[in-house]
Design a protein around this ligand. Structure first.
Ligand SMILES: Nc1ncnc2c1ncn2[C@@H]1O[C@H](COP(=O)(O)OP(=O)(O)OP(=O)(O)O)[C@@H](O)[C@H]1O
Ligand SMILES: [Mg+2]
Length: 400
């Protein structure tokens, strides 16, 4: 009996297509008469509402919108995502012709079912690669990326299955990508213009400048070349983050030691005097399984931001809790207005600051903290400036 039901859609199309002989052979092996009668009953059941919704229900759990028709285009399956995507009632779609239920037109305005008729008749054609089709919906038009597969039995078309995907999400990704390219091009152009300008000037008029002037120009070139390198390094990080490929190398490490190293580095490089920082530790930290390089990168950017965008003393506090470590970096500058609290963590956001940053630091920091299972937020420090605070769970070794 199971056999009769599973082969039911096949049988329906077999009958609709006309030649009943081929389909009859399947059951003819044991008892020609009874078999034919049973499967014809099953076919009727499919056509009636009794079995078709059950068949559709099996497809409802799929992530994509799926529509299955018989060889003639009569809808056998219209799954729940298809109903959601098209706003068409699932049951109302069944047993009607696909052109009636889901009129799809190609980019030239041709009816898709009509236009693809030739392919359906060719025994070797197995389907259609993904293409964009427009569904002229009752309220408004909607574009879908549609893939089609033909099921054939000895070359004869039995079933047509359509997979529909909303184009909106892919368009958004494409738009984001082209925005990113535009921003990157813009960010690279200004330092490169200065590198090119100063180099060309020096080459053309070397004799006319004093050593002092030449040194100034070369210094600018040097700084701008550093800026391009930093931007490219950050962009590589961003592309890794966006592709979901941050590689974590977790090991036992002490965030306090990393922090001391970052602060010492700032003082040694002359970016800040030793009296610029106040460092405090509250409580013992549990054993922390973290990626020290990533945490150093985060701390580096937070301290760097406090020095560049903030003002006054920079207070860094590490607090140990039972489950992990909480680190806060606060300054006494203007702070981040509450309205921008979420925006500072987005790509290329620089606010009013016209410093030589690229606005990627906090985006990367957030991704790295989240890759550790932690969280990062910004608020107002008691001293009035910005206070960035992140929590890092103690973590556990990863066995891979
Ligand atoms: N401590 C702070 N005080 C005030 N504003 C801040 C502070 N930290 C960050 N901001 C604001 O948030 C913006 C984004 O910071 P982010 O670190 O992402 O980029 P950036 O420092 O400009 O460039 P970079 O990519 O070199 O880090 C900054 O441009 C600044 O406007
Ligand atoms: Mg920064």
């Amino acid at each position: 009996m199971t056999h009769a039901v599973t082969s039911a859609p096949t049988r329906v199309s077999g009958q609709a297509a006309g030649p009943a002989g081929a389909a009859g052979e399947v059951n003819g092996a044991d008892d020609g008469q009874a078999g034919a009668a049973a499967s014809s009953a099953a076919a009727d059941a499919v056509r009636s509402d009794a079995v078709a919704p059950a068949l559709t229900a099996a497809y409802d759990g799929l992530p994509d919108a799926v529509v299955v028709t018989d060889a003639e285009g009569v809808v056998l399956v219209f799954n729940a995502p298809a109903a959601g995507l098209t706003n068409i009632d699932q049951r109302a779609a069944l047993n009607r012709h696909v052109t009636e239920v889901l009129p799809l037109v190609d980019e030239r305005g041709n009816d898709w079912w009509e236009a693809s008729g030739a392919g359906r008749r060719l025994p070797r054609v197995t389907g259609q690669p993904e293409r964009r089709l427009t569904f002229a919906g009752p309220a408004h038009d909607h574009d879908f990326n549609v893939t089609v597969r033909y099921t054939r039995d000895a070359g004869r078309l039995v079933q047509v299955a359509l997979c529909l995907r909303d184009t909106a999400s892919r368009e958004r990704i494409e738009r984001n990508r082209s925005d990113l390219v535009a921003t990157v091009a813009h960010e690279l152009r200004s330092p490169l213009t200065s590198v090119k300008g100063f180099t060309a000037t020096l080459l053309a008029k070397w004799e006319r400048f004093t050593d002092e002037q030449k040194k100034l120009m070369l210094n600018t070139v040097n700084t701008d070349a550093d800026r391009v390198t930093r931007l490219l390094t950050e962009l590589l990080d961003v592309s890794r983050i966006d592709a979901g490929r941050i590689q974590m190398r977790k090991q036992i490490a002490d965030p306090t030691a990393i922090l001391r190293r970052v602060l010492a580095g700032k003082i040694a490089s002359g970016a800040a005097g030793a009296d610029k920082f106040v460092f405090q530790q509250d409580g013992e930290l549990p054993e922390m399984w973290i990626d020290p390089d990533k945490i150093e990168q985060v701390l580096h950017n937070l301290v760097d931001n406090a020095l560049r965008h903030g003002a006054g003393t920079v207070t860094v506090v590490v607090r140990g809790t039972e489950t992990g470590a909480e680190v806060s970096v606060a300054d006494e500058g203007d702070g981040v207005p509450e309205a921008n609290a979420a925006r500072v963590f987005t790509k290329f956001w620089r606010g009013a600051s016209r410093g030589n940053g690229t606005g990627l630091g906090l985006y990367i920091a957030k991704a790295l903290i989240e890759a550790h299972g932690g969280t990062i937020t910004v608020g107002r420090a008691t001293g009035g400036g910005a206070e960035f605070r992140f929590f890092l769970p103690a973590g556990a070794p990863v066995f891979t």
